[in-house]
Write a protein that binds this ligand. Structure first.
Ligand SMILES: Cc1cc2nc3c(=O)[nH]c(=O)nc-3n(C[C@H](O)[C@H](O)[C@H](O)COP(=O)(O)O)c2cc1C
Ligand SMILES: Nc1ncnc2c1ncn2[C@@H]1O[C@H](COP(=O)(O)OP(=O)(O)OP(=O)(O)O)[C@@H](O)[C@H]1O
Ligand SMILES: [Mg+2]
Length: 574
């Protein structure tokens, strides 16, 4: 039995007011201000606390208790008291209980609800439909959430943010949006409130049982094993690594990115990792000069194919922030990973990073301030995957640039050191003079030619593989058939084969107007492509015979010597 330490809302307020941590006091006062604004805007029935037993929502619960107490005190009204000295928070609490939640989180949530006498609604469907049903049944207009800057879901959010398009209408109130990992632990420890026991076992951010492990940076032994002992979460000195115990999830979003002419792409894209490749630059677009070739696009696509990824979209766009932002915004939600290059160099015309920032709705960093003393922790080899603090990040990038171009860099250096705020990770490799920039699922490559691209790719693969960002699957195998049959003649048998082989992408193109139609079969399993080809040949046998007869008749009529007998020549290409 875990006995939670009970603290009254007055004690919470007092603990902060009496501590000598100025930063925590400021964060606390701001959060209380946001809570009080929300309580002034909405009635108690119209607000709800979104609570899931995580550390951030535990902070939020106690802030809300204190905030509600102060709000009522301001109105000279008393807080709900049961006469037994215990108080209750009359704000509805919502818990989305999932079957893959840690039992420790679940029991902490229920225990907390019981101790603080929360009216807790348990929702067992997904967030969106759960919220839809809830809003129909209850007068809720705003939810308090423990979202913090740096959380993947925080991008573009403010302390008051309306729900996203496509979600039911409500206000998201984020009182601890600007709190750091350290602030969260300062608060929990200063107020001496209970938190879920998993945080004492090395968990630093908790998702589902399938994607969360203790944070390896808290491990007490050198080699990681299942019997490892871990330090408690509050010992993590670098909060940027809070999510290091979270596996990256790369579930492909149902992709509507069409690869023209490919019949099975919907099925295919859903079961594959997909990437888009975006080239930025007037010179690549050939809009004005029409001369520069860009072999990088096809090389990048081939490299992606070689690790089993499908390239679902390739674009060349103009060198301006809005074009980059529009394209990145579309592609980042359509594909698993976006690779962007060009528009990036020691010129003030660099717009790629600014466009990426705009696509995510974040700012570019301005002038840099001194380096934080907790920058560059001694991480495994050359990789820093942390979400660096904006200032530190900028400085770090700037230093790399300075090493690279030395004294020559003047004004442009500062321009180049600007990076999207809060979403940037720098990927360092000893063979790269400049780190690669990763903004969530967008990778900004610095390469300006094929040789540089190949080197960056090798480093990227090594780095991404080591931290699980890029899932390698088997390479694609592609087989081709060339036929002199007309498009109309092959359409029907091909669509039948497509239905029979949904795991293959089957497409067709013409090498020239009068040349053969080339049918391509792409998939992970060579035997499946061969089987599809065999089936197509069989399917065609009858039509083939018919065509020969028809050709013969036509030739007799027109005296034409050219045969259209549709000889199928099998070629193979890996
Ligand atoms: C009360 C509530 C409101 C939410 N509102 C939105 C929203 O407006 N837009 C959105 O994309 N996600 C919304 N979500 C989903 C969250 O962004 C996020 O997916 C969820 O908290 C799960 O986070 P996790 O995947 O890190 O566990 C909401 C979730 C909750 C609990
Ligand atoms: N299953 C859920 N039920 C109710 N609210 C949730 C749920 N999942 C997330 N939330 C809301 O979203 C906020 C942010 O979730 P997030 O996972 O980042 O933080 P946490 O769970 O509180 O802490 P941790 O980062 O340690 O997991 C939570 O504080 C909570 O308000
Ligand atoms: Mg969580």
């Amino acid at each position: 039995l875990v006995v939670q330490s009970y603290k009254s809302e007055m004690e919470i307020d007092r603990a902060i007011k009496e501590c000598d941590d100025k930063r925590l006091k400021t964060k606390y006062n701001n959060a209380i201000y946001v809570i009080q604004r929300a309580l002034a805007l909405y009635s108690v029935e119209e607000v709800a606390l979104s609570f899931n037993g995580g550390k951030d929502s535990t902070v939020l619960l106690h802030l809300l208790r204190a905030g509600y107490y102060l709000h009522m005190a301001g109105k000279n009204q008393s807080f709900g008291n049961h006469g037994d000295g215990e108080t209750t928070l009359p704000i509805r609490t919502i818990y989305f209980e999932s079957p893959t939640v840690f039992p420790e989180i679940n029991s902490f949530t229920y225990e907390t609800a019981s101790i603080f006498r929360l009216q807790m609604d348990i929702v067992r469907s997904d967030f969106k439909s759960g919220l839809e049903a809830l809003l129909k049944a209850k007068p809720i207009r705003a939810f308090f959430l423990g979202v913090r800057i740096g959380d993947p879901t925080a991008v573009g959010q403010e302390q008051f943010s309306p729900s996203s398009p496509g979600w039911p209408p409500f206000m998201r109130v984020n009182p601890i949006l600007d709190w750091s990992y350290r602030d969260v632990w300062e608060f929990l420890l200063t107020c001496k409130v209970s938190y879920c026991s998993l945080y004492d076992q090395g968990y630093t951010s908790i998702g589902s049982i399938h994607n969360t492990v203790p944070n390896a940076l808290l491990s007490l032994s050198k080699s990681t094993s299942s019997e490892d002992k871990f330090k408690p979460a509050y010992m993590l000195s670098d909060g940027r690594l809070e999510r290091a115990g979270r596996a990256k999830s790369f579930i492909s979003q149902p992709s509507s990115a069409a690869v023209k002419g490919f019949k099975n792409e919907d099925y295919f894209m859903k079961s594959m990792f997909t990437a888009s490749v975006i080239a930025v630059g007037e010179e690549i677009l050939c809009l004005r000069f029409g001369t520069v070739e860009d072999p990088m696009r096809s090389i990048l696509s081939r490299k992606l194919h070689s690790i089993g990824w499908a390239v679902s979209h390739v674009a060349v766009i103009r060198n301006d922030i809005d074009s980059v932002a529009d394209e990145v915004e579309r592609q980042k939600s359509m594909t698993d990973m976006v690779f962007i290059y060009g528009g990036f160099g020691p010129l003030p015309s660099d717009v790629t990073a600014a466009g990426v920032a705009k696509a995510f709705g974040v700012r570019m960093l301005d002038a840099f301030v001194e380096i934080n003393n907790w920058l560059l922790p001694s991480l495994p080899h050359t990789l820093i995957t942390a979400l660096l603090s904006p200032k530190a990040l900028e400085k770090e990038f700037e230093e790399c640039l300075q090493n690279l171009i030395g004294e020559k860099c003047t004004v442009e250096r500062n321009e180049m050191a600007k990076l999207p705020e809060g979403i940037t990770e720098l990927l360092h490799h000893e063979n790269l003079s400049l780190p690669l920039i990763k903004c969530q699922n967008v990778i900004i490559l610095n390469a300006t030619n094929v040789k540089e691209l190949e080197q960056e790719w090798d480093c990227l693969i090594e780095l991404m593989r080591s931290c699980g960002y890029l899932q390698m699957t088997g390479p694609f195998v592609s087989k081709r058939l060339a036929t002199m049959l007309s498009d109309v003649e092959i359409a029907e048998p091909l669509s039948e084969i497509c239905m029979e082989f949904p795991d293959l992408v089957i497409g067709g193109y013409r090498e020239s107007r009068s040349g053969p139609v080339v049918v391509t079969f792409k998939g992970k399993d060579k035997a499946r492509s061969s089987a599809a080809i065999a089936a197509l040949l069989l399917e065609n046998l009858l039509r083939f015979v018919k065509t020969v007869v028809k050709d013969y008749k036509e030739r007799c009529r027109t005296d034409e010597t050219r045969t259209r007998s549709g000889v199928l020549i099998e070629r193979e290409r890996n």
